[in-house]
Ligand binder design. Sequence first.
Ligand code: ZN
Length: 250
Amino acid sequence: VKSRLGLLLLLSLALAAGCAKQPAAVPAASTQPAAKAPKVPLAAQPTKPTAGAKRIAVTIDDGPALTYSVKAMDEAEKYGGHVTFFVTGQRLGPDPQMIRLMQKRGHLIGNHTFNHVNLTTLPDEKIRAQLGQTNDLIVAQGGAKPTFFRPPYGGHNARVDGVAAALGLRPVMWDIDPEDWNQKNTGAHTVSYILSHAQPNKIVLIHQVHNTYLVLDQIFAGLHRQGFTVVRVDQLPKYAAAPPPPGRVP
Ligand SMILES: [Zn+2]
């Protein structure tokens, strides 16, 4: 028992080190069963929201963690929705199951750096490594090449964005932040904050933390009740793929 406790402690320390703002992580990637990952084709586009439906994006940072990620997909899909996961390279273990599932089920996978670092503090080549290695890992595990990154702590500037753009990555920030990483904030707070601030075409930020895990059903049910379709970031007008420049035949 003692050694198991020690292991758990080590595990939570490792997780806490991964994200300074995330004290209560849900089960880590290491709890994933060693699955023989079946060959999964690259996902089709997610279901198109009904014309005229109000759209809102839910972005989930700091994963993947199997239990949380699957529940988030289940709850979003109950109402025909899809989420955007911003994953860190360090949480992508040798088991590609999580990325394959996200991809297969039509959710969007974005880049949240390798070690959850503030990119503005790094020289260009380290920024390139943080984003590039995470992109490579996502692709190696069966995900589509990411086109969006979420800078940890919101830390980005023109230099960071320039290095990211060379890797095909656009920054995505957020509009609605219940600060669920703060353990003082209960799940009930997260739900009421999101539902009282929800507006069309805005981006919600939540984390893979235990308090939020417990209320995922309420978040997606509540948004649905308010008439929102939960969409991927690339289904928001602001982030939809840019049309080809005029005069160029695609
Ligand atoms: Zn983060």
